[in-house]
Structures are given as structure tokens and as C-alpha cells.
Design a protein around this ligand. Structure first.
Ligand code: ZN
Length: 162
């Protein structure tokens, strides 16, 4: 099935989940503080799936014909599997070209090394070859040491999908 990638709006209590989804390349709006009413409006206008720990918000959303998924627990792997039960993710791929900015949900674009001289630590500049910049907040990314951990996380997720 050639489905469009789902997009999300993530409730305030689930900041870490929002970050993980962004790294995995899922467009995930997140506000550290937002009124339920506004959250429902954004979800409706932008056709976003609501992820929340709030049962009442879930019911309100469903009354507005908005998909809302109730998230339990604090483990991000388990949380993503809870989403999977409702919307059936495709296999996850760890690809920084598709990742979203963990800070602002902007898109990442590859950026040439010479353009970021002075903007990141020199050691990183020497060590790394590939860099990306968020096209919204301009934060600079590289794969670094955390990348292996993320790849491990993605492998665990993919094992659970089968
Ligand atoms: Zn950004």
C-alpha cells in the first residue's frame, strides 16, 4: 500500500516521543505547553494524528473525527509500538536526509562543510564528513556517536514490526 506518511501532533507530556519521531523522519508538531482545545484545532486543520496520555483529550478528539492514540508508559520504544497498533508503520529507516530537526520539526538539508566553519567545534569539523542544517532554526547536525545508538533503536523497532 502506498500510503502517505502519517503526521502527528504530540501532547505536552510526550516531548521525548516527539523527538524520536522527528529523528525517524515523521513530521511531529510539539508544544511544551498547549491547551487541549488548540491542540485539537491544529490536529483538525493540519490532519495530524494526536498522540496523548490524556484519555479525556483522546475522547474529545475522537468526537471531532480526529484520530487520537492513547499513549501509556514512558518507554519510547513501547510508545512507538502503541502507535503502530493503530496505524501500522512501514519499516523504519535511519536516514538523516529524512530526519526532522529535534528542536523545531524543520526539515534537514545537507550543508557543505566550508559553510559551517566557526559554527561548530573544530574537532567535530575534522572528524565528520557529512553535515545537515535545519532549514527553519538553522541548527547543525552530524551523525556522531549517538548515531549508532539510534540505529540500534531502529533495529529494535523493526524487529518488533514483524
Ligand atoms: Zn530546527
Amino acid at each position: 500500500m502506498n500510503q502517505k506518511k502519517p503526521i502527528f501532533i504530540v501532547d505536552a507530556m510526550l516531548g521525548n516521543l516527539a523527538k524520536k519521531l522527528r529523528v525517524l523522519g515523521y513530521d511531529s508538531t510539539y508544544f511544551s505547553s498547549i491547551e487541549d482545545e488548540k491542540l485539537v484545532t491544529v490536529a483538525k486543520n493540519e490532519k495530524r494524528i494526536i498522540l496523548t496520555k490524556d484519555e479525556l483529550l483522546c475522547k474529545t478528539a475522537q468526537n471531532h473525527d480526529i484520530i487520537a492514540i492513547l499513549i501509556r508508559g514512558n518507554d519510547e520504544l513501547e510508545q512507538i509500538m502503541q502507535i503502530h497498533q493503530s496505524i501500522k508503520f512501514e519499516k523504519f529507516v535511519m536516514d538523516t536526509n529524512n530526519s526532522r530537526c529535534i528542536v523545531c520539526n524543520g526539515k534537514l538539508q545537507p550543508i557543505e562543510k566550508y559553510r559551517i566553519i566557526g559554527k561548530i567545534p573544530e574537532g567535530v569539523l575534522e572528524r565528520e564528513e557529512k553535515f545537515w542544517a535545519c532549514d527553519a532554526c538553522k541548527k547543525i547536525y552530524w551523525q556522531g556517536t549517538h548515531f549508532e545508538k539510534l540505529q540500534e533503536f531502529v533495529n529494535k523497532l523493526n524487529n518488533r514490526l514483524q
